[in-house]
Design a protein around this ligand. Structure first.
Ligand SMILES: Nc1ncnc2c1ncn2[C@@H]1O[C@H](COP(=O)(O)OP(=O)(O)OP(=O)(O)O)[C@@H](O)[C@H]1O
Ligand SMILES: [Mg+2]
Length: 312
């Protein structure tokens, strides 16, 4: 992975009337990464993506895509970027295949001679071959989503920007999209993919940024993000209060007494063996002890706030 940026923004902002939909974000998407752009509904993901693609004008701030300033370099950059953004405009009375042929024909750089074959390959890659000749208006949401993806894949691209590509897909379809992203990344394509569901893309991402109400609240490699939160230790014991006292003495923070034991946040420099030894030494009856690497899911929930409320 290089240190070059496929996407870089500085203090990027979009304000609608008085609402700060995107509130000054510094995005850094390394070339070669699969970058998860995460955040709950209404946190500003689509607004950001539309600005990256020149579909909407920033209120302020700067954008570089593939090392070129945007939107100044739009004409040069866009052909190198495949995109799937909310609600792509398909012609309803044409088949999926015919829609793709039209989109490809509209691309000045596309080679007409290879069109049918490229359309066929794209349809196959997104698992839409069986429905390729059905009219687009008869497509289900998931089929439309697949058609949008196929459109992004008509030509080889350096960068793919996918806004919620798993939206409307069933679990099997979601798995297929993950595999597709993996295989694209293996080919060297940088993939920038948004989702409000961490679990759907966590397995394929190398990097992520977490949005909350227009701001980035965490960004970096997945390893960095995981270790930022640290691991927790859980002790199964009939003596939870005494266990907590021992844990606290060792520097464990955020301790809790639980139904069948105690838990706390393990400081990075405290080996789990020392916890075991100290508990035994203090005659705490230990039935089980585990240290869990914190899940990204926990971090995500912590950063974005739980619950189902969308950001106004
Ligand atoms: N054209 C617009 N005019 C006014 N407000 C807008 C407009 N587009 C987006 N917003 C507001 O900006 C905020 C961010 O919306 P955005 O669509 O970027 O969120 P999102 O993260 O993509 O959410 P979701 O997960 O639901 O797709 C929302 O509060 C939304 O209502
Ligand atoms: Mg959105």
């Amino acid at each position: 992975m290089s240190t070059d940026a496929a996407i870089r923004t500085v203090d990027l902002r979009k304000t609608f009337r008085r609402q700060h939909a995107v509130d000054g974000i510094d995005l850094f998407v390394p070339r070669g990464s699969v970058f998860g752009f995460l955040g709950p509904n209404g946190s500003g993901k689509t607004t950001t993506i539309r600005m990256l693609l020149g579909l909407s004008k920033p209120t302020s701030g700067t954008i570089e895509v593939l090392e070129s300033p945007m939107p100044a370099s739009l004409a040069d950059v866009l052909p190198r970027v495949g995109a799937l953004v909310e609600g792509p405009a398909f012609t309803p009375f044409l088949s999926g295949r015919a829609n793709l042929r039209r989109f490809d024909a509209a691309d000045v750089r596309s080679v007409a001679k290879t069109r049918d074959e490229r359309v066929q390959v794209a349809l196959e890659r997104v698992g839409l071959l069986h429905a390729a000749d059905k009219k687009a208006h008869a497509y289900s949401l998931g089929m439309k989503q697949r058609l949008g993806l196929a459109n992004a894949l008509l030509a080889p691209r350096e960068l793919l920007i996918l806004d919620e590509p798993t939206n409307g897909l069933d679990p099997q379809g979601t798995r297929e999209v993950r595999n597709l992203i993996r295989s694209l990344a293996d080919d060297g394509t940088t993939v920038f993919v948004s989702s409000h569901l961490l679990a759907e893309i966590e397995q394929v991402c190398t990097h992520a940024a977490v949005m909350r109400q227009g701001s980035i609240v965490a960004q970096g490699s997945l390893d960095d993000l995981r270790s930022a939160r640290g691991a927790r230790v859980t002790v199964a014991t009939p003596d939870p209060d005494r266990a907590v006292a021992v844990l606290q003495r060792l520097g464990v923070t955020d301790t809790h007494v639980e139904a069948a034991g105690a838990s706390g946040a393990l400081p990075p420099d405290l080996p789990i063996e020392r916890v075991t030894a100290a508990l035994v030494e203090a005659d705490v009856r230990v039935r089980g002890l585990s240290a869990s690497g914190s899940s990204l899911e926990d971090l995500f929930v912590e950063l974005t706030g739980e619950g189902f409320d969308v950001a106004g």
